[in-house]
Design a protein around this ligand. Structure first.
Ligand code: ZN
Length: 457
Protein backbone atom coordinates (compact mmCIF):
# COMPACT_ATOMS: atom_id res chain seq x y z
CA UNK A 1 0.00 0.00 0.00
CA UNK A 2 1.42 3.34 -0.97
CA UNK A 3 0.70 6.11 1.51
CA UNK A 4 2.08 9.63 1.37
CA UNK A 5 1.20 10.76 4.89
CA UNK A 6 0.94 8.89 8.16
CA UNK A 7 -2.38 10.58 8.94
CA UNK A 8 -3.68 12.06 5.64
CA UNK A 9 -6.89 13.45 7.10
CA UNK A 10 -5.12 15.54 9.75
CA UNK A 11 -1.92 16.41 7.90
CA UNK A 12 -3.74 18.02 4.97
CA UNK A 13 -5.58 20.50 7.22
CA UNK A 14 -4.53 24.17 7.11
CA UNK A 15 -4.14 26.46 10.12
CA UNK A 16 -7.79 27.63 10.13
CA UNK A 17 -9.09 24.06 9.94
CA UNK A 18 -6.68 23.00 12.69
CA UNK A 19 -7.83 25.85 14.94
CA UNK A 20 -11.46 24.78 14.40
CA UNK A 21 -10.56 21.16 15.19
CA UNK A 22 -8.62 22.11 18.31
CA UNK A 23 -11.05 24.67 19.82
CA UNK A 24 -13.22 22.11 21.69
CA UNK A 25 -10.07 20.22 22.73
CA UNK A 26 -8.65 23.40 24.25
CA UNK A 27 -11.89 23.85 26.22
CA UNK A 28 -11.76 20.23 27.44
CA UNK A 29 -8.10 20.40 28.49
CA UNK A 30 -8.54 23.69 30.37
CA UNK A 31 -11.59 22.33 32.21
CA UNK A 32 -9.61 19.18 33.07
CA UNK A 33 -6.59 21.01 34.54
CA UNK A 34 -8.82 23.44 36.43
CA UNK A 35 -10.66 20.53 38.02
CA UNK A 36 -7.62 18.36 38.74
CA UNK A 37 -4.71 20.68 39.51
CA UNK A 38 -4.75 23.17 42.41
CA UNK A 39 -1.75 24.83 40.75
CA UNK A 40 -3.64 25.68 37.57
CA UNK A 41 -6.83 26.51 39.49
CA UNK A 42 -5.01 29.02 41.74
CA UNK A 43 -3.12 30.43 38.80
CA UNK A 44 -6.26 31.06 36.76
CA UNK A 45 -8.26 32.32 39.74
CA UNK A 46 -5.49 34.80 40.54
CA UNK A 47 -5.46 35.95 36.92
CA UNK A 48 -9.25 36.42 37.16
CA UNK A 49 -9.91 34.08 34.23
CA UNK A 50 -13.12 32.10 33.91
CA UNK A 51 -11.85 28.73 32.58
CA UNK A 52 -15.09 28.13 30.67
CA UNK A 53 -14.26 31.15 28.49
CA UNK A 54 -11.09 29.51 27.15
CA UNK A 55 -12.42 27.73 24.10
CA UNK A 56 -10.19 28.81 21.19
CA UNK A 57 -6.59 29.62 20.29
CA UNK A 58 -7.34 33.33 20.62
CA UNK A 59 -8.79 32.87 24.10
CA UNK A 60 -5.63 31.11 25.33
CA UNK A 61 -3.89 34.50 25.44
CA UNK A 62 -5.91 35.33 28.58
CA UNK A 63 -4.09 32.59 30.52
CA UNK A 64 -0.70 33.10 32.16
CA UNK A 65 2.25 31.15 30.74
CA UNK A 66 3.72 28.03 32.31
CA UNK A 67 7.51 28.12 32.69
CA UNK A 68 9.60 24.95 32.89
CA UNK A 69 11.20 26.50 35.96
CA UNK A 70 7.82 26.50 37.81
CA UNK A 71 7.69 22.74 37.53
CA UNK A 72 11.41 22.22 38.22
CA UNK A 73 11.15 24.38 41.37
CA UNK A 74 8.22 22.36 42.72
CA UNK A 75 10.15 19.14 42.10
CA UNK A 76 13.14 20.49 43.96
CA UNK A 77 10.86 21.24 46.88
CA UNK A 78 9.86 17.59 47.04
CA UNK A 79 7.06 16.95 44.54
CA UNK A 80 7.65 13.97 42.29
CA UNK A 81 6.15 15.40 39.10
CA UNK A 82 5.19 18.90 40.13
CA UNK A 83 2.01 20.89 40.54
CA UNK A 84 0.64 20.15 37.07
CA UNK A 85 0.11 16.46 37.87
CA UNK A 86 -3.56 15.81 37.16
CA UNK A 87 -4.02 12.03 37.38
CA UNK A 88 -3.52 9.44 40.11
CA UNK A 89 -0.17 7.71 40.43
CA UNK A 90 -1.80 4.39 39.54
CA UNK A 91 -2.55 5.69 36.03
CA UNK A 92 1.05 6.71 35.37
CA UNK A 93 2.89 4.00 33.45
CA UNK A 94 6.14 5.75 32.52
CA UNK A 95 8.51 8.39 33.87
CA UNK A 96 11.04 10.31 31.80
CA UNK A 97 13.33 13.24 32.45
CA UNK A 98 13.95 16.27 30.30
CA UNK A 99 17.51 16.74 29.10
CA UNK A 100 18.39 19.35 31.67
CA UNK A 101 20.52 21.28 29.15
CA UNK A 102 19.73 24.46 31.05
CA UNK A 103 19.42 23.13 34.58
CA UNK A 104 18.43 20.13 36.64
CA UNK A 105 16.56 17.36 34.76
CA UNK A 106 12.80 17.61 35.26
CA UNK A 107 10.64 14.51 35.76
CA UNK A 108 7.55 13.86 33.64
CA UNK A 109 4.84 11.27 34.13
CA UNK A 110 2.92 9.63 31.27
CA UNK A 111 -0.29 7.61 31.14
CA UNK A 112 -0.83 5.00 28.43
CA UNK A 113 -2.91 7.53 26.45
CA UNK A 114 -0.21 10.20 26.82
CA UNK A 115 2.30 7.79 25.31
CA UNK A 116 -0.06 7.05 22.42
CA UNK A 117 -0.38 10.78 21.70
CA UNK A 118 3.40 11.13 21.72
CA UNK A 119 3.75 8.15 19.38
CA UNK A 120 1.15 9.51 16.95
CA UNK A 121 3.01 12.85 16.64
CA UNK A 122 6.31 11.06 16.28
CA UNK A 123 4.95 8.70 13.61
CA UNK A 124 3.63 11.64 11.56
CA UNK A 125 7.01 13.42 11.77
CA UNK A 126 9.04 10.30 10.98
CA UNK A 127 6.79 9.41 8.05
CA UNK A 128 7.31 12.94 6.64
CA UNK A 129 11.05 12.34 7.02
CA UNK A 130 10.76 9.25 4.81
CA UNK A 131 10.76 6.55 7.49
CA UNK A 132 8.70 3.51 6.48
CA UNK A 133 7.89 0.11 8.03
CA UNK A 134 10.68 -1.48 5.95
CA UNK A 135 13.28 0.64 7.82
CA UNK A 136 15.61 -1.05 10.29
CA UNK A 137 16.78 1.67 12.64
CA UNK A 138 19.60 1.63 15.17
CA UNK A 139 18.69 4.18 17.83
CA UNK A 140 21.71 5.84 19.42
CA UNK A 141 19.87 8.35 21.57
CA UNK A 142 20.10 8.16 25.33
CA UNK A 143 17.71 5.53 26.78
CA UNK A 144 18.73 6.36 30.30
CA UNK A 145 15.81 8.47 31.50
CA UNK A 146 15.52 10.76 28.49
CA UNK A 147 12.62 11.10 26.07
CA UNK A 148 14.80 10.85 22.94
CA UNK A 149 15.54 7.21 23.73
CA UNK A 150 12.50 5.37 25.05
CA UNK A 151 9.79 7.80 23.89
CA UNK A 152 10.99 8.19 20.30
CA UNK A 153 11.59 4.43 20.23
CA UNK A 154 7.82 4.07 20.64
CA UNK A 155 7.18 6.43 17.72
CA UNK A 156 9.30 4.28 15.38
CA UNK A 157 7.47 1.15 16.53
CA UNK A 158 4.07 2.82 16.10
CA UNK A 159 5.02 3.62 12.51
CA UNK A 160 5.98 0.00 12.04
CA UNK A 161 9.75 0.41 11.58
CA UNK A 162 12.10 -2.06 13.21
CA UNK A 163 14.25 -0.42 15.86
CA UNK A 164 17.26 -1.56 17.84
CA UNK A 165 17.67 0.24 21.19
CA UNK A 166 21.45 0.76 21.14
CA UNK A 167 21.56 3.91 23.30
CA UNK A 168 24.82 5.81 23.81
CA UNK A 169 28.38 4.74 24.53
CA UNK A 170 30.44 1.90 23.06
CA UNK A 171 31.11 3.68 19.76
CA UNK A 172 33.69 1.11 18.64
CA UNK A 173 31.28 -1.76 19.27
CA UNK A 174 28.54 0.09 17.38
CA UNK A 175 30.76 0.51 14.31
CA UNK A 176 31.77 -3.13 14.52
CA UNK A 177 28.13 -4.23 14.76
CA UNK A 178 27.12 -2.09 11.79
CA UNK A 179 29.98 -3.49 9.73
CA UNK A 180 28.70 -7.04 10.43
CA UNK A 181 25.09 -6.39 9.38
CA UNK A 182 24.37 -8.41 6.23
CA UNK A 183 23.83 -6.58 2.94
CA UNK A 184 20.27 -5.40 2.54
CA UNK A 185 18.73 -3.67 -0.47
CA UNK A 186 17.19 -0.82 1.58
CA UNK A 187 20.23 -0.56 3.83
CA UNK A 188 19.98 0.41 7.51
CA UNK A 189 19.08 3.64 9.28
CA UNK A 190 20.52 5.47 12.27
CA UNK A 191 18.73 7.66 14.81
CA UNK A 192 21.13 9.97 16.68
CA UNK A 193 22.25 13.54 17.28
CA UNK A 194 24.07 15.24 14.38
CA UNK A 195 27.20 15.84 16.45
CA UNK A 196 27.41 12.14 17.30
CA UNK A 197 27.30 11.25 13.59
CA UNK A 198 30.32 13.54 13.13
CA UNK A 199 32.07 12.05 16.15
CA UNK A 200 31.45 8.48 14.94
CA UNK A 201 32.85 9.38 11.52
CA UNK A 202 36.05 10.56 13.25
CA UNK A 203 36.29 7.28 15.20
CA UNK A 204 35.68 5.27 12.04
CA UNK A 205 38.46 7.14 10.29
CA UNK A 206 40.87 6.47 13.17
CA UNK A 207 40.00 2.79 12.99
CA UNK A 208 40.31 2.59 9.22
CA UNK A 209 36.59 1.78 8.76
CA UNK A 210 35.08 2.96 5.46
CA UNK A 211 31.61 4.24 6.40
CA UNK A 212 30.43 3.96 2.81
CA UNK A 213 30.76 0.18 3.07
CA UNK A 214 28.49 -0.05 6.14
CA UNK A 215 25.24 0.06 4.15
CA UNK A 216 23.81 2.84 6.33
CA UNK A 217 21.58 4.61 3.84
CA UNK A 218 19.44 6.88 6.02
CA UNK A 219 19.91 8.93 9.15
CA UNK A 220 17.14 10.42 11.28
CA UNK A 221 18.50 13.20 13.45
CA UNK A 222 17.16 14.73 16.62
CA UNK A 223 18.25 16.37 19.85
CA UNK A 224 20.21 19.22 18.27
CA UNK A 225 19.51 21.74 15.54
CA UNK A 226 22.82 21.11 13.72
CA UNK A 227 21.32 19.70 10.52
CA UNK A 228 19.76 23.06 9.76
CA UNK A 229 23.16 24.74 9.69
CA UNK A 230 24.22 25.05 6.04
CA UNK A 231 27.12 22.71 5.34
CA UNK A 232 26.69 20.49 8.41
CA UNK A 233 24.17 18.17 6.76
CA UNK A 234 26.42 17.87 3.68
CA UNK A 235 29.32 16.94 5.92
CA UNK A 236 27.29 14.11 7.53
CA UNK A 237 25.74 12.89 4.28
CA UNK A 238 29.14 12.79 2.57
CA UNK A 239 30.92 11.11 5.48
CA UNK A 240 28.32 8.34 5.74
CA UNK A 241 26.96 8.17 2.19
CA UNK A 242 23.48 8.54 3.67
CA UNK A 243 20.38 10.70 3.34
CA UNK A 244 20.13 12.73 6.56
CA UNK A 245 16.71 13.97 7.70
CA UNK A 246 15.94 16.19 10.64
CA UNK A 247 13.36 16.19 13.40
CA UNK A 248 12.52 18.82 15.97
CA UNK A 249 10.59 18.28 19.15
CA UNK A 250 10.46 18.88 22.87
CA UNK A 251 10.96 16.38 25.66
CA UNK A 252 7.94 17.80 27.50
CA UNK A 253 5.43 17.43 24.68
CA UNK A 254 6.85 15.09 22.09
CA UNK A 255 8.22 14.98 18.63
CA UNK A 256 6.06 17.39 16.79
CA UNK A 257 7.92 18.26 13.61
CA UNK A 258 9.83 16.58 10.82
CA UNK A 259 11.10 17.81 7.49
CA UNK A 260 9.77 16.25 4.28
CA UNK A 261 11.75 15.40 1.15
CA UNK A 262 11.60 19.06 0.06
CA UNK A 263 13.60 20.08 3.14
CA UNK A 264 11.69 23.33 3.38
CA UNK A 265 11.57 23.50 7.18
CA UNK A 266 10.01 21.11 9.70
CA UNK A 267 6.32 20.31 9.25
CA UNK A 268 4.46 20.77 12.50
CA UNK A 269 2.95 17.34 13.20
CA UNK A 270 1.05 17.98 16.42
CA UNK A 271 -2.32 19.08 14.96
CA UNK A 272 -5.18 18.01 17.22
CA UNK A 273 -2.74 16.90 19.93
CA UNK A 274 -0.76 20.00 20.95
CA UNK A 275 -1.89 23.57 20.18
CA UNK A 276 0.75 26.11 19.19
CA UNK A 277 1.02 29.86 19.57
CA UNK A 278 3.77 32.17 18.39
CA UNK A 279 4.78 34.89 20.87
CA UNK A 280 7.26 37.71 21.11
CA UNK A 281 10.05 36.23 23.28
CA UNK A 282 10.59 39.50 25.14
CA UNK A 283 7.06 40.83 25.73
CA UNK A 284 5.17 37.51 25.56
CA UNK A 285 2.65 39.16 23.24
CA UNK A 286 0.90 36.76 20.85
CA UNK A 287 2.02 37.19 17.23
CA UNK A 288 -0.02 36.52 14.08
CA UNK A 289 0.67 33.21 12.38
CA UNK A 290 1.90 34.85 9.19
CA UNK A 291 4.26 33.43 6.62
CA UNK A 292 7.93 34.22 7.32
CA UNK A 293 7.33 35.62 10.82
CA UNK A 294 9.54 34.67 13.74
CA UNK A 295 8.97 34.29 17.45
CA UNK A 296 8.94 31.83 20.32
CA UNK A 297 6.74 28.72 20.21
CA UNK A 298 4.31 28.27 23.09
CA UNK A 299 2.62 24.88 23.50
CA UNK A 300 -0.63 23.74 25.06
CA UNK A 301 -1.23 20.03 25.40
CA UNK A 302 -4.74 19.02 24.29
CA UNK A 303 -5.15 15.42 25.41
CA UNK A 304 -2.65 15.11 28.20
CA UNK A 305 -3.75 13.18 31.28
CA UNK A 306 -0.75 12.86 33.61
CA UNK A 307 1.08 16.19 33.44
CA UNK A 308 -0.74 18.65 31.14
CA UNK A 309 1.19 21.72 30.10
CA UNK A 310 -0.80 24.83 29.34
CA UNK A 311 0.91 27.66 27.45
CA UNK A 312 4.36 26.21 28.11
CA UNK A 313 7.09 28.56 26.96
CA UNK A 314 9.52 26.54 24.82
CA UNK A 315 12.17 29.27 24.60
CA UNK A 316 12.74 27.98 21.07
CA UNK A 317 12.92 30.85 18.62
CA UNK A 318 11.72 29.85 15.16
CA UNK A 319 10.76 31.29 11.80
CA UNK A 320 7.47 29.91 10.47
CA UNK A 321 6.27 29.29 6.93
CA UNK A 322 2.58 28.98 6.20
CA UNK A 323 2.71 28.73 2.39
CA UNK A 324 1.67 25.25 1.18
CA UNK A 325 4.52 22.76 0.75
CA UNK A 326 4.97 20.79 -2.48
CA UNK A 327 4.46 17.56 -0.49
CA UNK A 328 0.82 18.48 0.19
CA UNK A 329 1.05 18.87 3.95
CA UNK A 330 -0.68 22.12 4.88
CA UNK A 331 0.49 22.50 8.46
CA UNK A 332 2.93 25.31 9.09
CA UNK A 333 6.65 24.63 8.77
CA UNK A 334 9.29 25.95 11.11
CA UNK A 335 12.97 26.67 11.00
CA UNK A 336 14.77 26.82 14.35
CA UNK A 337 16.81 29.97 14.87
CA UNK A 338 18.01 29.04 18.35
CA UNK A 339 16.98 28.80 21.97
CA UNK A 340 16.40 32.05 23.78
CA UNK A 341 18.13 30.57 26.84
CA UNK A 342 21.17 29.62 24.71
CA UNK A 343 21.36 33.13 23.35
CA UNK A 344 23.83 35.51 24.90
CA UNK A 345 24.51 39.16 24.32
CA UNK A 346 28.02 40.42 23.66
CA UNK A 347 28.36 44.20 23.61
CA UNK A 348 24.68 44.53 22.69
CA UNK A 349 24.72 41.92 19.90
CA UNK A 350 22.49 38.80 20.19
CA UNK A 351 24.56 35.68 19.54
CA UNK A 352 23.10 32.21 18.94
CA UNK A 353 25.38 29.14 19.05
CA UNK A 354 23.87 28.01 15.72
CA UNK A 355 25.26 31.12 14.01
CA UNK A 356 28.72 30.38 15.45
CA UNK A 357 28.52 26.85 14.05
CA UNK A 358 27.63 28.26 10.63
CA UNK A 359 30.66 30.59 10.74
CA UNK A 360 33.02 27.78 11.81
CA UNK A 361 31.90 25.57 8.91
CA UNK A 362 33.58 28.06 6.58
CA UNK A 363 36.89 26.80 8.01
CA UNK A 364 36.37 23.15 7.22
CA UNK A 365 38.31 20.90 6.96
CA UNK A 366 40.83 22.64 9.20
CA UNK A 367 38.24 22.68 12.02
CA UNK A 368 35.44 20.16 12.62
CA UNK A 369 32.89 22.87 13.55
CA UNK A 370 32.48 21.26 16.99
CA UNK A 371 32.83 23.97 19.61
CA UNK A 372 31.65 25.51 22.84
CA UNK A 373 31.51 28.98 24.28
CA UNK A 374 32.25 29.70 27.93
CA UNK A 375 31.00 32.88 29.55
CA UNK A 376 33.17 33.54 32.57
CA UNK A 377 31.65 36.68 34.03
CA UNK A 378 28.14 37.84 34.81
CA UNK A 379 26.49 39.87 32.00
CA UNK A 380 26.74 42.45 30.55
CA UNK A 381 29.43 40.76 28.47
CA UNK A 382 31.89 43.37 27.36
CA UNK A 383 34.83 40.96 27.03
CA UNK A 384 35.77 38.44 24.34
CA UNK A 385 34.16 35.15 25.48
CA UNK A 386 36.21 31.99 25.30
CA UNK A 387 35.41 29.94 22.17
CA UNK A 388 36.89 26.47 22.13
CA UNK A 389 37.09 24.89 18.65
CA UNK A 390 38.20 21.42 17.50
CA UNK A 391 41.11 21.55 15.07
CA UNK A 392 41.93 18.72 12.64
CA UNK A 393 45.00 16.58 13.38
CA UNK A 394 46.16 17.38 9.84
CA UNK A 395 46.72 21.05 10.69
CA UNK A 396 50.34 21.83 11.53
CA UNK A 397 50.90 23.53 14.89
CA UNK A 398 52.72 26.33 13.09
CA UNK A 399 49.39 27.25 11.46
CA UNK A 400 47.39 27.52 14.73
CA UNK A 401 47.85 31.25 15.32
CA UNK A 402 46.87 32.21 11.77
CA UNK A 403 43.88 29.82 11.83
CA UNK A 404 42.63 31.26 15.13
CA UNK A 405 42.94 34.76 13.72
CA UNK A 406 41.03 33.74 10.57
CA UNK A 407 38.22 32.20 12.68
CA UNK A 408 38.01 35.34 14.77
CA UNK A 409 37.64 37.41 11.59
CA UNK A 410 34.86 35.14 10.21
CA UNK A 411 32.95 35.39 13.48
CA UNK A 412 33.29 39.14 13.46
CA UNK A 413 31.91 39.25 9.93
CA UNK A 414 29.17 36.61 10.29
CA UNK A 415 28.05 37.03 13.92
CA UNK A 416 29.31 40.52 14.66
CA UNK A 417 31.15 39.55 17.81
CA UNK A 418 34.71 38.84 18.83
CA UNK A 419 35.82 35.74 20.76
CA UNK A 420 39.09 34.55 22.30
CA UNK A 421 39.77 31.41 20.25
CA UNK A 422 41.21 28.24 21.76
CA UNK A 423 42.04 25.19 19.67
CA UNK A 424 41.63 21.64 20.98
CA UNK A 425 42.14 18.25 19.35
CA UNK A 426 39.44 16.88 17.04
CA UNK A 427 37.15 14.49 18.89
CA UNK A 428 37.49 16.15 22.29
CA UNK A 429 34.27 18.22 22.23
CA UNK A 430 31.59 16.26 20.30
CA UNK A 431 29.82 13.78 22.55
CA UNK A 432 27.51 10.82 22.14
CA UNK A 433 24.60 12.67 23.68
CA UNK A 434 23.72 16.28 22.99
CA UNK A 435 26.84 18.35 22.59
CA UNK A 436 26.67 21.34 24.84
CA UNK A 437 27.50 24.60 23.09
CA UNK A 438 27.27 27.11 25.90
CA UNK A 439 28.66 27.11 29.43
CA UNK A 440 27.77 29.88 31.82
CA UNK A 441 30.69 29.59 34.23
CA UNK A 442 29.41 32.60 36.19
CA UNK A 443 26.41 30.46 37.19
CA UNK A 444 28.65 27.60 38.25
CA UNK A 445 28.40 25.71 34.93
CA UNK A 446 32.03 25.56 33.85
CA UNK A 447 33.26 23.94 30.65
CA UNK A 448 35.09 20.60 30.93
CA UNK A 449 38.88 20.70 31.28
CA UNK A 450 40.49 19.98 27.93
CA UNK A 451 44.06 19.97 26.71
CA UNK A 452 44.44 23.28 24.89
CA UNK A 453 46.62 23.12 21.77
CA UNK A 454 46.61 26.84 21.17
CA UNK A 455 45.20 29.80 23.08
CA UNK A 456 44.76 33.28 21.64
CA UNK A 457 45.97 36.01 23.90
ZN1 ZN B 1 6.56 19.20 2.76
Amino acid sequence: MSQEFWNPEIESLDRDQICALEAPLIADQIRYVYDKSPYYRDKYDRAGVDPSSIDSHGALAALPFTEKADIADAQQQGQLFGPNQCCDFEDIVRMTCTGGSTGEPTRLGWTQNDIEVYNEMGARALWAMGCRPRDLVVSCLNYSMYAGGIMDHGAFETLGAGILPYSIGNSERLLEMLSRFPAREQGYSLFMTPSYAVRLADIAQQQGIDLHRLNVTRGYFSGEAGLQVPGYRDKIEQAWGMTAMDMYGTAELGVQSGECEHRAGHHYCGAGLVAVELVDPDSGEVLAFDNDSSGELVYTSLRREACPLIRLRSHDIVRIYTEPCACGRNSFRLHTLGRSDDMFIVKGVNVFPLAIQEALLKHRPEVSAEFFVELSQTPPIDYRPRLCVEVSAKVDAARYAALAKAIEATLQLGCNFSAAIELVAQGSIASEHKTRRLYRAYLGNSAPELEILYRQS
